[in-house]
Design a protein around this ligand. Structure first.
Ligand SMILES: [Zn+2]
Length: 371
């Protein structure tokens, strides 16, 4: 089992995260706020507590204007029938359209101390894992990410799929990435994605204990599932009490400190905008508490890339031990990968969920916020 570790991954996307679902003045306002205020403030909360995070940034916004995208095969989703780059200002740049471009933000994050990791949140935020996504487009997205990484001098290691729809892993590995954020391991078991989403909102309301995760290998990549997403506070979600949100986060810290494993928290800097500064205050309190634990040596705070590296070197050590065991007659050889990847949370932690019809209908309304 991994020694007590906290990982924070952030999906930084400005307008790229929502334009295919909704694109209006509010989205532009949220994205501009994130560019000018939200992301710099969040970075400051991290650095002032001496913490590092993985910033998974949409590749196309890492430059100050849109690069040549003619090498990306078109993708046609039923929910967005226009050409994918329709809304992106072709002649615009970061100065005129900070809701789309964030080269200076990336620069600011790269210069921060302690060091932050720049990961990729795809190149154009086209969702993978949907029927319309082709292998050709997926490979081209990876290729474009690798190209931006080369131009900026970033070693591409960590990848976060748009909307956490995981697909084309082998191709991701072939593009040179090392790890990805896998789907959340949730404490509530439901039969489908919508029910799981409803269950997770309920978990926020009641401040349920989050699950700890363990990395594992998938298609040669290190899979790092999420433990808890800090949910957008717009619409009906503003009724989730701040105290309940903070309680879940501090319970996660308590569990990882006592039981070990990895507490993987993730969210969108964009989502700090609604009801500001409520959610920022929750995040600031959480980071302060985490910073204290790290200073006391009770937990580590690693980026996704650092955790993947640590996991691989642990596997290499265990491989050496296993090969030595093979040459000895008695002890039973253990499957070290399975052992390392064993779930920290026992079955007893899984809570079956029952919702009243009224609550279920009130929380299954239109999703909002950056994804
Ligand atoms: Zn996203």
């Amino acid at each position: 089992m991994t020694t007590p570790t906290v990982v924070i991954s952030l999906d930084l996307e400005l307008s790229w995260g929502t334009f295919d679902l909704a694109y209006d003045a509010d989205v532009v306002k949220m994205a501009r706020w994130t560019h000018d205020v939200g992301a710099p403030r969040l970075l400051n909360h991290l650095t002032s507590n001496r913490l590092s995070a993985t910033w998974a940034v949409v590749g196309a916004m890492m430059r100050s204007s849109l690069p040549d995208v003619s090498g990306l095969p078109e993708v046609n989703y039923p929910h967005f029938s226009k050409p994918w780059f329709s809304y992106v200002p072709k002649q615009g740049n970061e100065e005129t359209h900070p809701e789309w471009f964030g080269a200076s933000l990336v620069e600011m994050i790269r210069k921060a101390e302690p060091e932050q990791e720049i990961g990729f949140h795809s190149f154009s935020h086209a969702p993978f894992g949907l029927r319309a996504m082709t292998r050709e487009r997926a490979v081209a997205e990876y290729r474009y990410c690798a190209k931006v990484a080369r131009e900026l001098g970033i070693a591409p290691a960590s990848f976060v799929f748009p909307r956490n729809l995981v697909a084309y892993l082998r191709e991701l590995r072939d593009a040179g990435f090392d790890c990805f954020r896998d789907v959340d391991e949730t404490p509530l078991r439901c039969t489908n994605r919508t029910l799981t989403s409803i269950a997770m909102v309920w978990a926020d309301f009641i401040g349920l204990w989050p699950r700890m995760i363990e990395p594992s290998l998938k298609e040669g990549l290190v899979s790092i599932p999420g433990s808890l997403m800090i949910r957008y506070a717009a619409g009906w979600r503003k009724y989730i009490p701040d105290a309940s949100r903070l309680r879940r986060l501090t319970k996660g810290l308590e569990r990882v400190r006592r039981s070990g494993g990895v507490f993987h928290v993730w969210f969108h800097p964009e989502n700090l905008y609604a009801q500001w500064p409520r959610l920022e205050n929750v995040v600031a309190r959480f980071l302060q508490e985490l910073g204290n634990l790290v200073r006391n040596g009770e937990v580590k705070c690693l980026t996704m890339g650092q955790l993947a590296k640590e996991f691989r070197s642990q596997l290499a050590v265990e491989d050496v031990c296993d090969s030595k065991l093979e040459n000895t007659p008695s002890p039973r050889k253990r499957d070290s990968r399975q052992d390392f990847g064993a779930q920290v949370t026992k079955q007893a932690d899984l809570v079956p969920l029952r919702l009243t019809p009224i609550l279920a209908s009130s929380i299954s309304q239109k999703p909002g916020g950056a994804t």
